[in-house]
Design a protein around this ligand. Sequence first.
Ligand SMILES: *Cc1c(COP(=O)(O)O)cnc(C)c1O
Length: 377
Amino acid sequence: MTKWLDQLIPKHVQALTPYESARRLFSSSGSEKRIWMNANESPEADTFSLSSDLLNRYPDCQPKGLISAYAHYAGTDSQQVIATRGADEGIELIIRAFCPPNESSILVCPPTYGMYAISAQTFAVGVEVAPLLEDFSLNLSAIQDHVGKVNVVFLCSPNNPTGTALSKTQIKAVLEMYADKAIVVLDEAYIEFNQTTAQQNLLDKFDNLVILRTLSKGFALAGIRCGFILSSQAIKQVLLKVIAPYPISDPVAQIACQALSDHGIAKMRSRVDFLKQELTKMSSELENIPTVTLMGSQCGNFVLFKSEHNKELMQYLVSKNVLIRDQSKQLLLDRCLRISIGNKDENRQLLKLIQQFFNELKNESLPLNTSKNETVK
Ligand SMILES: *Cc1c(COP(=O)(O)O)cnc(C)c1O
């Protein structure tokens, strides 16, 4: 890089490395046919109809029909809803609105979704950590230690990649601890897979609560980039100061409204039911493999497991063009891999490969054992 350009780059940007999203690690544009089970996407796409009538016009910043459709679905007031370019933009808006660069921090509870920390670093905002406990519940006393020192706390439930849901008691404890002190973000990206733990009812009680939602997971629409923020009106007004003028393109709003119609919601629910059944099957089959340990629980559309052969298994699957996600670099997740549930066929193929891998491993170790015996002899 030329010297002048190097000198132009702020220190905090120089320190960044691009987020290794599932899509960046393995691009979907290649010619090879691959099975994608690494990004918690839906295995199938729905179909939608599009009108081009308004494509000559700038869209509304917050399309009314979309906002009321989501409020209706979520059981909240339209005044509490913001539409964003995916939950990832929601994370970014919150940090930009509430964390002054170079002098403030957020708090994250790893192992968790990586974008909270990445987003903060992008805006020269510090990242404090209060790791989850061994059972992946919140370490409340570690979280308490940061009261007064951070502007935003990020919680994720169901949590990616542990699949665990937080108890209402723990969530309320954090909201109370940080009352009048900081924003508490509850990321509910996977809430469609675990409806009973949805916490939008807490919005009326806690004015520091912000909930993140998305159409990327349960609604099978990762490709359109559409998410939502649920919050008090006061917080909403602040976030609307930093949002782009046209975050939701007209085709995105059209598709999202169809997905949020009664018919769209019914389709989502039956897809989610199916995926949950497949997830249960996959988890119990994995559990039957000796040396494989399930980790956390399965409240999302994915399963996390541990194997001492994680590296070799990952390589083996990549060589067979089946992609799952390595989580072994995360805190508490040494040797862990995550599988996103696919369609029936994909799940069957993946399981067969995993079983094959462990069988081959067993057979390979036989000659080793015999040679050991021979030396003894
Ligand atoms: C996938 C995911 C997101 C991002 O959702 P988008 O709407 O696609 O940006 C946010 N949070 C968690 C926990 C996720 O797993």
